[in-house]
Design a protein around this ligand. Structure first.
Ligand SMILES: Nc1ncnc2c1ncn2[C@@H]1O[C@H](COP(=O)(O)OP(=O)(O)O)[C@@H](O)[C@H]1O
Ligand SMILES: [Mg+2]
Length: 614
C-alpha cells in the first residue's frame, strides 16, 4: 500500500466523526454559529430526533454569496483574528462544523446580509458542493440539515430513539440558552413546541435568573443564592441552590467559561467541596456558574466539540468557586428552601392527590357526585375571622397530646418586637423533639436536635478558626476499644485531633486512651461514641481534602455528640435562646446532610390548607 493524501470529502467525514457525533452535536455547532452571528432570536426545528430534519434559523449578520461558498470549505472561518489561537472570543473558531455536516448529510444554507438585495442559497450533499443560487429569505441565516448520516450509514446505526436524541438536543439548547438570556430561543419537533424561552433583559443577575427559571424550574429560581465573586483576572457569577434544595445526581449543575457551556469532572468535585458542610455525600446542589477569565488564561482548543477547556491555573478557579460559594452560603443565614414548606403543606393537605392520574380520576368522580371538590377540602360553613391573630386559640384549650410541653405564658399576647424575629417566639415543645414557634405571619416547627447540632458545629468551627478549641481534662481517662485500623488512624492524626480538643494516645493494640475532650461538648459527653464516630469519619475522609476540611469533618461528628438529643425537655427560655441563635448563625437552616432544621408554614398557606381562602 502506498501513502496518499485523502480526498477532501473523506477528510471532512473523518472530522465529522468527532464534531458531529449525533444530531445534538450538529445542532450545537449550528446554534453556536447563530450566536456568533449576533442573532437576537434562534428557532430550531428537529424532526424525528434530527434524523430527517434539523433546521436552525437566526436573524444574525447573514452571509453574502462569497462568504456562503467559503463557509463550507474546511478550515474556513471568520473568527480567528491575527492568527492567534489564544485570543478567542467566539464560540466557533475551528472552521470545521459546516464542511463536516455537509460531508455526511444534505445541507442547505440560505442567508441574507443587511446590505444584500436578496438572499442566497448553497447546497452540499454528502460533500458535493453545488453553486450558490438566489433565494428569498429575510436578513439572517437558515441552515437545514436533512438525512443526517445518510452518507455514513455506520454512524446512522448508532443513533438512539428519536426521543433520546431529542433529549440530548434539548440539553444542548438549554445550556446555550442559559448563558444568553438576551437571545430568544425556541425549539419544536415539527408539530409541537418543545422549548420556548423569550429574551430577558435588564440587570444581568435578574435576566439570568429569569432565564434559569425557564430552564431549571421555579423551585430553583425561588431558592437560589446569587454568586458574584472576583479574584485577579477571574470573575465568577451565577446562582446556586440553598442546600435544602438538592438532587440525587448532578444533572442540574451547569458551568460556563466565557459564555461557553463546558463539562468538567473536576468542577463537579469543587461544588461538592463547597457544599460539603451542608449536603450528604449522595445529594447534589443545583448550580449555574459563569466563569469569566482572560482568554489567554484558558485553552479552549482541547476538545473537538469544544465541550472542555483547560485552565492555565485550575487551582485558582477551584479556589474562587469554593470560597465564593461558601461565602454566599454563609450569607444565606438560616434561610431554608421554600420547597421544604411546600412539600410539608402538600403532604398535609387532607385529600392531597400527588399522582396526576389520580387527580384525573378524582375529577372524574367529582363530576358524578354533585361537584364536591375532592382535591380541595372545604370545611362546612366556617365563620371567617378578621385576622388570624385574633384566632389564637390557647393550646391548652385542646386536649394536649400526652408529651406536649406547653407553656402557659405563651397564651399571652406577644410583644410586637418579638413578632419581628424571623423564626418567631417559642410556644410549645411537642414530643420532646419539636419546638413550635409563632412568627409574625406563620408557624415555625424546629427539629431541636438537628438545629442544635448545626449550631454546635458552627460554634466549634468558628472557635477552631479563631483560637483553636478549649479542652477539658477527664477526671478519669477513658479507654476506648476499637479495631486495629481505626485506632491506627486516630493515632496518626492525634496532633490534628488535639487541635480540635480531643487528646488521645495509644493504649496497646486497637485501644486508645482519651485524656481530654473539647470543653464545649459539655460535662456529660459520650466519649466512647465520640471516638468511634471520629474514627468513622476519618475513614471517609479522602486524601484530596485539606487539613482544615478534615478537621471540620471531625467537628461534624463531635457536634452530634454535643447537641441536644431529641427527647430532651426544654424550657421556654431555652427554646427561645435556640431560635435566636439559629437566626444569628450562618447555615443554620439545614443540618449537615442538607435536611432542613425547621419548616415554616405561612398563615396564608395554613388557611389554604383548611380551605379558608383561594
Ligand atoms: N448562522 C450564521 N450566520 C452567519 N455566518 C455564519 C453562520 N454560520 C456560519 N457562518 C460563517 O461560516 C463560517 C464557518 O462556520 P463553521 O464551519 O461553523 O466554523 P467556525 O464557527 O468555527 O468558524 C463561520 O466562521 C462564519 O463566518
Ligand atoms: Mg461554528
Amino acid at each position: 500500500m502506498s501513502i496518499r493524501l485523502l480526498p477532501q470529502t473523506l477528510i471532512n467525514q473523518i472530522a465529522a466523526g468527532e464534531v458531529v457525533e449525533r444530531p445534538a452535536s450538529a445542532l450545537k455547532e449550528l446554534v453556536e454559529n447563530a450566536i456568533d452571528a449576533g442573532a437576537s432570536r434562534i428557532d430550531v426545528v428537529m424532526v424525528e430526533g434530527g434524523r430527517s430534519l434539523l433546521s436552525v434559523t437566526d436573524d444574525g449578520s447573514g452571509m453574502n454569496p462569497d462568504e456562503l461558498s467559503l463557509c463550507v470549505q474546511r478550515h474556513a472561518t471568520s473568527k480567528i483574528q491575527d492568527e492567534d489561537l489564544f485570543n478567542i472570543e467566539t464560540l466557533g473558531f475551528r472552521g470545521e462544523a459546516l464542511p463536516s455536516i455537509g460531508s455526511v448529510a444534505r445541507l442547505s444554507i440560505t442567508s441574507r446580509t443587511e446590505e444584500g438585495e436578496n438572499a442566497w442559497c448553497l447546497r452540499v450533499e454528502g460533500g458535493d458542493v453545488a453553486d450558490v443560487e438566489p433565494a428569498s429569505h429575510p436578513k439572517g441565516t437558515r441552515v437545514e440539515v436533512r438525512d443526517l448520516f445518510f452518507a455514513t450509514p455506520a454512524r446512522l446505526k448508532f443513533l438512539k430513539t428519536a426521543r433520546t436524541e431529542m433529549n440530548y438536543a434539548m440539553d444542548v439548547m438549554k445550556r446555550l440558552a442559559m448563558c444568553h438570556p438576551e437571545i430568544s430561543f425556541s425549539m419544536s419537533d415539527g408539530t409541537r413546541s418543545m422549548l420556548k424561552l423569550p429574551a430577558t433583559h435588564g440587570d444581568f443577575f435578574e435576566a439570568t435568573l429569569e432565564r434559569l427559571r425557564g430552564i431549571m424550574g421555579k423551585d430553583f429560581a425561588e431558592n437560589a443564592i446569587k454568586i458574584d465573586a472576583e479574584r485577579e483576572n477571574l470573575r465568577l457569577t451565577g446562582h446556586i441552590s440553598l442546600p435544602t434544595l438538592n438532587r440525587g445526581n448532578n444533572a442540574l449543575q451547569y458551568f460556563f467559561v466565557n459564555g461557553r457551556p463546558i463539562k468538567d469532572k473536576q468542577l463537579y468535585g469543587t461544588i461538592r467541596a463547597a457544599y460539603r458542610d451542608f449536603l450528604a455525600h449522595d445529594r447534589h446542589a443545583l448550580v449555574a456558574l459563569f466563569i469569566e477569565i482572560h482568554p489567554r488564561a484558558v485553552d479552549v482548543n482541547v476538545h473537538p466539540a469544544k465541550a472542555e477547556v483547560r485552565f492555565r491555573d485550575a487551582n485558582q478557579v477551584r479556589g474562587l468557586i469554593v470560597s465564593g460559594l461558601k461565602q454566599a452560603l454563609g450569607g444565606a443565614g438560616h434561610r431554608a428552601s421554600t420547597s421544604v414548606s411546600d412539600e410539608a403543606l402538600r403532604s398535609m393537605r387532607p385529600n392531597y392527590v400527588a399522582d396526576p392520574r389520580t387527580a384525573e380520576l378524582a375529577r372524574a368522580i367529582t363530576s358524578h357526585n354533585g361537584g364536591a371538590n375532592v382535591g380541595h377540602f372545604v370545611p362546612p360553613s366556617y365563620e371567617m375571622r378578621e385576622s388570624a391573630a385574633e384566632f389564637q386559640a390557647p393550646l391548652s384549650g385542646f386536649d394536649a397530646p400526652p408529651q406536649a410541653n406547653v407553656h402557659e405564658s405563651s397564651d399571652q399576647a406577644m410583644p410586637d418586637s418579638m413578632m419581628d424575629y424571623p423564626l418567631g417566639v417559642a410556644r410549645a415543645q411537642l414530643h420532646e423533639t419539636y419546638i413550635v414557634a409563632q412568627s409574625g405571619d406563620g408557624i415555625v416547627v424546629v427539629d431541636q436536635h438537628a438545629a442544635h447540632e448545626r449550631l454546635v458545629y458552627e460554634r466549634i468551627k468558628g472557635d477552631v478558626e479563631a483560637n483553636g478549641v478549649k479542652r477539658q481534662g477527664l477526671l478519669i481517662p477513658e479507654v476506648v476499644e476499637l479495631d486495629e485500623a481505626d485506632a491506627g488512624r486516630l493515632i496518626n492524626r492525634a496532633a490534628e485531633l488535639e487541635e480540635l480538643g480531643l487528646v488521645l494516645e495509644s493504649f496497646g493494640s486497637g485501644t486508645v486512651v482519651v485524656r481530654e475532650v473539647p470543653a464545649m461538648l459539655g460535662a456529660k459527653v459520650d466519649v466512647q461514641g465520640l471516638v468511634k464516630d471520629v474514627a468513622d469519619s476519618l475513614v471517609e475522609v479522602d486524601e484530596a481534602m485539606s487539613l482544615k476540611d478534615k478537621l471540620m469533618d471531625v467537628c461534624g461528628s463531635m457536634a452530634c455528640h454535643g447537641s441536644i438529643r431529641a427527647g430532651r425537655r426544654l424550657t421556654l427560655d431555652e427554646m427561645n435562646a435556640l431560635l435566636r441563635e439559629m437566626e444569628a448563625t450562618p447555615h443554620s437552616g439545614q443540618c449537615k446532610h442538607g435536611r432542613p432544621t425547621y419548616v415554616e408554614l405561612k398563615l396564608k398557606d395554613i388557611e389554604r390548607l383548611f380551605g379558608r381562602s383561594g
